[in-house]
Structures are given as structure tokens and as C-alpha cells.
Design a protein around this ligand. Structure first.
Ligand SMILES: Cc1ncc(COP(=O)(O)O)c(C=O)c1O
Length: 382
């Protein structure tokens, strides 16, 4: 009954591994990519009030105009980019839907898409689901998991239709300075290529202010589909609300697919998202907590013999475990069974990353401290 391209698709490495965790008591999970914070109260309160007022219907396919206007204002203020709320912004069911829509809207069968690895697990899967072909652009720890311009130039010779960028990155935490981004844009600008820029973690950029890809140049904005949402920075994963920004023609194509497949994003979540854009202080508070946790975890892991550079954003460490002479799958499985700490094996993010694990610090400092004690016991017994 199942289509061949779906049947051939491997399940997410993360989910597969976390099926093991289910049902195990007393596990400290440093695996899932989700804030441990609850969405700010003012956001939840708006959602409750909306429900009490009986807001239970569909919205327009594009999403509530007030939310689109608020997003347009936010992007103008934050990054000096102008998107028309009526023709260039679409409210989606999380960034996940925005990602799927952008690929569905632009790919013809066998079109090539550059995916930068280590990658967010959905990228290659969604490219393949949309009958595209992945061109893998591998990055290395010695370059802080950043794109090497020469490698990018080489891949462009295959005439890809699109490239998916993600910074700050899940899983490496890498992000880019203005001059690094300009170099990348310089190379891309010579090609007729669509840039899908997943900036889900823009609010969680630590060393520097995030630079949004479409803000680099007028033409960069034209070629980019910007994806963002409220799941990570605002701790609103369960609300399922995101957005896309693109040229009117692209937005119209995505809206067409979206109106047939999901109709519109959930109305309560859209109301909550309008309030989330006003919750700057709350976002800053969460961000400063992440920084404390990151600093603690990176220092401890390096002392234990892992090699981890300081992640510049998001809430993950991509730690090298070469020293322990176990591949990531064995390491993660054994760590889970022996010490009940769950981390994600690096191969979930690209086959070259057998010597890495992803550790999320979206967990309280107390839990991280306990996890470090357990990891120390584990590695000292190897
Ligand atoms: C890089 C990246 N993009 C997109 C998503 C999906 O986020 P959403 O909850 O908005 O669908 C995630 C979630 O982990 C992510 O890490």
C-alpha cells in the first residue's frame, strides 16, 4: 500500500533512539530539541482568553492579519527587512510546515537541494519526500561546523535548485558573522538558486546579534524563503505556529498548497503568537538561562575528555567522543543503559558524524549537574 519513496525512507534517527527511552524510569533526557520552559504566562493567558471569548473558528488561509502585521513589524525592527503582510507572509503549522511547503512549492522531481550537515533531521527526509535529490555539504569541527566557501562553489556546479541554510544550527550551534554570510551570499548570488533560510533559533544567538539572510542584499531577499516560528525562542512548541516570508509569487504558491493541506494554522495559537512577539523580556530571561547552562556543560564536557567548541546559538552541544573509542551509537546506548542519560548519536545528523553525540542543554542546571556526574562515572569506567 505504501509509496516506494516513503517505504525507502529511514525513520528519524532521533525517534528510533528515543523509543528506547520510553518506559525507562529515572532517565535524564538530554535528547529532545525542546525548551524545558513553559510558554510565558502572558502568552498562555491570551490563549485562554481567546478560548473563553469563543475564538474557535478557521482564520484566513494566510493566517490572522494582525499576526502577519506583527511579524512584519518585528522583522522590520529586528533586521530592517520589509515584507508585505498581505502578499509575502504566511502563517504555518510550525516551521516544519513552512519547510515542507517551501520544498513542495519549488521542487520538480529530481531537482537537487544542498543540505548542510550536520543537519536538522527533517531536511533530507523532506527533500526526498518531495522527490528531490540531496547534495550533501559536509562541515567539520575544525571549521566550527561552518560552510567552507570552496566546497559550496564546487557543489553549485551540479546546478541545485535550492540550498537549505540553518543558523544558529541544530545540532552544532554554529552561526555566522556578517562577513561570513556575505561570502556565502557572494557565491550564491551568481546562481539562480533558492535559499531556504531556517532561522528557527534566531532569538537564541549568544555571541552576536543574529543576521537574517534576506537582510544581506535586495537580491538575497528576492531569492530567499525565510522560515521562522515560535517553538524555540518563545518555548511554544505545542502551539504549532510558524511563518514563511518570501516573494509574492512564492508565497502565493505556498498558500495554495497550505490551503488544500491544512487550511490554516490553529487560531488560538495565532492569537498567542501575537502576544509572544511582545514578550521580549521573557525571551531574554530564557536566553540568559541557556547561556549559563551552555557555559557549565561545555566546560564540564571538555574536562571529561570530550571535544566541544562553544556553541554560538540554539541549545545543543555537538560533542566529539573520539577519545573514548566507542562509536556514537554504542556510546549512546551504553550511556542510556548504564547511567540512564539519553543523548542523540551523531549519525542521526549525517553519516559522517559517528564520533559525535548531540547533547541538549534545554534542561535545568540541576538536571545537567546530575547528568554530568553520571556521564563522568560512565566515561571513567570505559
Ligand atoms: C532547525 C529546526 N527547524 C525546524 C524545526 C521545527 O520546528 P517547529 O516546532 O516550529 O515545527 C526544528 C525543531 O527542532 C529545528 O530544530
Amino acid at each position: 500500500m505504501i509509496a516506494k519513496h516513503v517505504k525507502n525512507m529511514p525513520p528519524s534517527g532521533i525517534r528510533e533512539f528515543f523509543d528506547l527511552v520510553l518506559g525507562m524510569p529515572d532517565v535524564i533526557s538530554l535528547g529532545v530539541g525542546e525548551p524545558d520552559f513553559i510558554a510565558p504566562w502572558r502568552v498562555r493567558e491570551k490563549a485562554i482568553t481567546a478560548l473563553e471569548e469563543g475564538l474557535t473558528s478557521y482564520t484566513s488561509n494566510k493566517g490572522l492579519l494582525l499576526l502577519r502585521e506583527s511579524i512584519s513589524d518585528y522583522l522590520k525592527k529586528e533586521y530592517k527587512i520589509n515584507y508585505n503582510p498581505d502578499s509575502q507572509i504566511l502563517i504555518t503549522v510550525g516551521v516544519s510546515e513552512g519547510l515542507d511547503l517551501s520544498l513542495r512549492a519549488i521542487l520538480d522531481p529530481r531537482d537537487k537541494v544542498i543540505v548542510v550537515s550536520p543537519y536538522y533531521v527533517a531536511y533530507p527526509a523532506l527533500v526526498e519526500l518531495n522527490q528531490g535529490k540531496v547534495l550533501m555539504l559536509e562541515t567539520k569541527e575544525e571549521n566550527n561546523f561552518k560552510i567552507e566557501p570552496e566546497k559550496l562553489s564546487l557543489l553549485l556546479k551540479h546546478n541545485p535548485k535550492a540550498i537549505i541554510l540553518n543558523y544558529p544550527s541544530n545540532p552544532s550551534g554554529a552561526t555566522y558573522t556578517s562577513s561570513e554570510l556575505k561570502k556565502i551570499w557572494n557565491i550564491l548570488s551568481k546562481k539562480d538558486i533558492t535559499i531556504i533560510s531556517d532561522e528557527t533559533y534566531d532569538q537564541l544567538s549568544y555571541g552576536q546579534k543574529h543576521i537574517s539572510f534576506p537582510s544581506l542584499a535586495r537580491q538575497a531577499k528576492k531569492q530567499t524563503i525565510l522560515l521562522n516560528g515560535f517553538s524555540k525562542g518563545h518555548a511554544m512548541t505545542g502551539f504549532r505556529v510558524g511563518f514563511t516570508c518570501a516573494e509574492p509569487e512564492v508565497t502565493e504558491a505556498m498558500t495554495k498548497i497550505h490551503s488544500y493541506s491544512v487550511m490554516c494554522g490553529p487560531v488560538i495559537s495565532q492569537v498567542a503568537a501575537i502576544e509572544a512577539l511582545r514578550a521580549k523580556k521573557e525571551v531574554e530571561r530564557m536566553k540568559s538561562e541557556y547561556i549559563k547552562r551552555r557555559d557549565f556543560l561545555v566546560e564540564e564536557l571538555n574536562q571529561l575528555g570530550f571535544s566541544v567548541s562553544l556553541p554560538q546559538g540554539a541549545f545543543y552541544c555537538f560533542a566529539c567522543l573520539k577519545k573514548f573509542k566507542l562509536n556514537c551509537l554504542d556510546f549512546a546506548k551504553k550511556l542510556l543503559l548504564d547511567e540512564k542519560v539519553a543523548v542523540v548519536p551523531g549519525v542521526a545528523f549525517g553519516k559522517k558524524y559517528q564520533d559525535y553525540i548531540r547533547i541538549s542543554y534545554a534542561n535545568s542546571l540541576d538536571k545537567l549537574k546530575e547528568a554530568v556526574i553520571r556521564i563522568e562515572r560512565f566515561v571513567s569506567g570505559l
